[in-house]
Write a new protein. Structure first.
Length: 132
């Protein structure tokens, strides 16, 4: 019994340390984005590669990152654009609407549906904020 409890204490300690490290990493990434020392495009690329902390850090910045994310819609890489649109679904404001409408009307199979979803998310978020 003592061995089992000791094992669980070690596991919980490791998990807490891992979560603290992840929080520190997200804080570091957000700070680098704010200072402009790491391009938003690299953070989105890391998020797409499966690095959840990069994705969460970007989304935690919210509207503060919107301008940089919108700039990615001007890039040629359609999958980068799609990723940017998916981020805008979470952080976008009215400032994103014209570019998202353009993507939704583009006819590009990779962009149309994500852009529509992002527009809906922005509209829904605006309604929720208005009802508070």
């Amino acid at each position: 019994m003592v061995d089992t409890v000791g094992h669980w204490v070690e596991l919980v300690g490791e998990a807490m340390t891992a979560e603290a490290a992840r929080t520190t990493l997200r804080n570091y990434i957000r700070g680098m984005l704010r200072r402009g020392t790491i391009p938003t495009m690299r953070v989105i690329a890391a998020a797409e590669a499966g690095h959840q902390d990069a994705d969460m850090a970007l989304r935690e910045l919210g509207a503060m990152a919107e301008k940089d994310v919108l700039a990615l819609l001007k890039e040629r890489d359609v999958f980068l654009k799609k990723s940017a649109i998916q981020v805008l679904a979470d952080i976008g404001t009215d400032a994103s609407v014209p570019d998202l409408q353009q993507a939704a009307a583009s006819g590009n199979i990779h962009l149309v549906e994500p852009a529509r979803k992002a527009l809906t998310a922005i509209t829904d978020r605006k309604k929720q904020q208005g009802s508070r």
